[in-house]
Structures are given as C-alpha cells and as structure tokens.
Design a protein. Structure first.
Length: 94
C-alpha cells in the first residue's frame, strides 16, 4: 500500500484498479476533462453503473470536504494522501 500512497502509477495494481485510480485523479484534478469515454472505460473494466456512481460520490465527497477544510484554513493531509484515502474506501466498490 505504501507504493499507492507515493505514486499509484508505480504500484502493481490490477488493470481495473488502475482505471479507477486514473478516474479518481482526473475527477479530482481535471474535472472539466471528464467525458463519456471515461465512464465507458470503467464499464469495460468491469465496473457496474452502481459502482461508478458510488465511486463518483465518494471522490466528490472527499473533494468537497477538502475544499471546506482549505477554505477554513484547517490543516489537512496532502492531496496525494486524500486521493489514497479515497481509493482505499472505494476498493470495496468493485
């Protein structure tokens, strides 16, 4: 798990887990680039509509809470740690 915290791209992940990590990162850092191809790719990797919906909800929630904490100048974990925590929670979705 340490390699996921450092750089998920270097971790030895299953293909579907890599797709989910990529999607989570994209939704977090490059929201305006999300499109139907991203959803199709997750479905082709074996994620159900429900799992994709749940993943988006969890990712969005963590991003929302982080934005609130940042707005109130609350000391939080680095973004990479937040992404890791999100992915760890989403691990049960697949």
């Amino acid at each position: 798990m340490e390699d996921i915290k450092t750089d998920w791209r270097q971790a030895k992940l299953e293909v579907h887990d890599s797709f989910l990590c990529e999607f989570a990162e994209k939704l977090t850092l490059r929201l305006s680039t999300i499109n139907n191809n991203d959803i199709t790719r997750l479905k082709q990797a074996g994620f159900s509509d429900r799992a994709i919906n749940d993943a988006v909800q969890v990712i969005a929630y963590f991003n929302y809470i982080t934005r609130i904490a940042d707005g109130l100048c609350v000391d939080t974990q680095p973004d990479s740690q937040n992404i890791f925590n999100t992915l760890a929670l989403m691990n049960c979705l697949h």
